[in-house]
Design a protein around this ligand. Structure first.
Ligand code: 6OG
Length: 168
């Protein structure tokens, strides 16, 4: 494990509406083949909220009144950088949901997540980042959260090694 010397700041945004959450199937780049919220790198001079609104628009076609939902911190074996990901959510949006080069948007029912039964829900946790199942109940129930997860590497695959999550 290397000590990290750089922190890369990213955003991730979720629309949660009518007991459904909008996820995107990532078609290319980092996290390809996984479902995730819409987001990307925070550009110089931008706040994380501005980046979250911009990335959501670019990748899903919609504009939403995003609110901060939580902060995640990841480190990975073999990397000298860490990820800080600011998570945002909104329960409304404007515009038409459209597929982009990067993301194919899809709604999933949140039923089950709030009853502590995330495994049985239809949210595709097995095709998401491994730690998402831990904080998703907080996202859906609007409890602010923060957490850290450590990943090991097996070739191109990241494996969840240990994690700590809490609500504020
Ligand atoms: P681009 O490189 O495509 O942005 N991301 C993660 N999201 C979750 N839920 N868990 C992780 O665990 C993640 N690592 C990265 C941040 C990459 C997108 O992927 C997210 C960005 O939204 C390790 O611009």
């Amino acid at each position: 494990w290397l000590p990290y010397t750089k922190i890369k700041l990213y955003t991730n945004a979720f629309i949660v509406k009518d007991n459904k959450v909008l996820l995107g199937f990532k078609k290319r780049g980092f996290g390809k083949g996984k479902y995730n919220g819409f987001g990307g790198k925070v550009d110089p001079g931008e706040t994380s909220l501005q980046a979250a609104v911009r990335e959501l628009q670019e990748e899903s076609g919609v504009t939403a009144p995003l609110e901060h939902a939580g902060t995640l911190f990841f480190v990975s074996e073999g990397e000298d950088w860490a990820f800080e990901i600011e998570i945002y959510r909104a329960d409304s949006y404007e515009g038409d949901i459209t597929e982009s080069d990067e993301m194919r948007p899809e709604w999933f029912s949140t039923v089950g997540v709030l009853d502590g039964d995330s495994q049985s829900s239809t949210i595709p946790f097995s095709k998401m980042w491994e730690s998402d199942i831990v904080w998703f109940p907080y996202l859906i129930s609007k409890r602010k959260f923060a957490g850290r997860a450590d990943f090991t590497r097996e070739g191109d695959e990241f494996r969840l090694h240990r994690w700590w999550y809490g609500t504020v």
